[in-house]
Design a protein around this ligand. Structure first.
Ligand SMILES: C[S@@+](CC[C@H](N)C(=O)[O-])C[C@H]1O[C@@H](n2cnc3c(N)ncnc32)[C@H](O)[C@@H]1O
Length: 355
């Protein structure tokens, strides 16, 4: 279809994570990958959750078998049913309990329930946006689609898609073959994804020199630098140096995104406020039902029958605790040279805000 491809797909770490690597030496500013608009799939409005995007994608696949067949190699490149996790799919209460965080658990549950309701026709939506309508439309093959497949496609359309404006300048979620096999990195990312407004083709350009065999990465979204956000939305975590607190551990943090600066931007500099935060973090660490060391032991147990989903969640909470511990140490260092506000001003709680 006239694409340019200077990457190949393969394992990129010891754990066998699939990703992409350069097939030749590339200089900063070089083109790595380019595909025409005809090789991409517009799945719908960018504001829609994965479940509604899945309904639209199934409708197109079932009503246009010729188009669907032309994308067969692409469908085959995507992960198999049962191998994806994201907020659209998080319907197992035991997995949610492993998070050791009620807010994250309920966030995941609400989203997974939405997917289930769009599948069952019980969401507050127009009928054509829900799965049962595909059965009413007598689309051949709709009756063979299982809930497992539906959830999987809801997760795919949410986590394997990109947001770009179409020819009418409306923001859409698009599936971009090959681009969607590139993993996320923040600071370390070595490419960015762009769109040619005239031809509608998509390109991947290097932002650094890249050696043949080196992993290609791009930044999905800076919010993914916070492990609670990346786990719930994409089901991966990173071990960053220096580590970053979970969004929920930042003062006034939330899972809605927007906490993209390094931690120092959000942590206090005044002695009393530092001490207050250290005490909060210490109390938080004490409240977890397991310690960082116990989580490490669970993960190291070779005889354990834990599934891959549970292992990753436990790894997440272990990393969360490690980051809290290291941040307490950093705050204690900072406390040594921090300035103090006069006591009454701290009590009033106003001077801190103004500062
Ligand atoms: C768009 S896909 C990238 C390709 C994917 N690794 C594959 O083999 O299909 C996004 C998924 O890749 C994984 N991923 C992306 N960036 C990652 C990273 N930095 N570390 C670990 N997993 C990552 C997550 O499972 C995420 O949901």
């Amino acid at each position: 279809m006239g694409a340019t491809v200077h990457l190949t797909v393969g394992p990129v770490n010891d754990g066998g994570l699939r990703g992409t690597v350069a097939t030749k030496d590339l200089a900063s500013g070089d083109l790595v990958l380019q595909i025409p608009n005809s090789a991409t799939i517009d799945v719908g409005d960018y504001t829609l959750p994965g479940a509604e995007l899945a309904v639209a994608l199934f409708r197109r696949q079932l009503s246009d078998p010729k188009w669907n067949a032309s994308f067969e190699p692409y469908w085959k490149s995507l992960p198999e049913v049962g191998t994806l996790m994201s907020k659209e799919v998080w319907d197992n209460a035991e997995h949610r309990a492993l998070l050791q965080n009620d807010y994250m658990a309920s966030y995941a549950e609400v989203n997974a329930n939405w997917t289930r309701d769009v599948w069952g026709g019980n969401a507050t939506l127009e009928p054509h946006q829900m799965f049962p309508q595909l059965l009413k439309e007598n689309l051949p093959g709709a009756d063979k689609i299982t809930y497992e497949e539906f959830k999987h496609v809801a997760s795919l359309t949410a986590t394997y898609s990109f947001v770009f404006p179409d020819q009418k300048n409306e923001y859409k979620r698009v599936l971009l073959p090959l681009f969607d096999l590139i993993n996320h990195k923040g600071e370390g990312a070595n490419t960015y994804v762009g769109k040619d407004a005239t031809t509608g083709s998509y390109h991947l350009i290097t932002t650094k020199n890249i050696k043949k065999g080196e992993e290609i990465s791009h930044c999905y979204n800076w919010d993914n630098e916070r492990n609670d956000y990346s786990l719930i939305n994409y089901f991966f975590i990173q071990t960053l140096i220096p580590p970053r607190l979970c969004a929920l551990d930042l003062p006034n943090g939330s899972l809605d995104g927007g906490f993209v600066e390094p931690d120092d931007r959000y942590l206090p500099h005044e002695k009393g406020a530092i001490q207050e935060l250290i005490a909060q973090f210490q109390a938080r660490l004490k409240k977890f039902p397991t310690t960082e060391g116990e989580d490490e032991k669970i993960l190291a147990d070779k005889g354990s029958k834990l599934d891959w989903v549970s292992r990753r969640i436990i790894d997440f909470r272990r990393e969360r605790k490690r980051t809290l511990r290291l941040t307490i140490e950093r705050l204690k260092e900072r406390e040594k040279t921090a300035y103090s506000l006069p006591a009454p001003a701290i009590k009033a709680g106003i001077a801190k805000e103004e500062l």
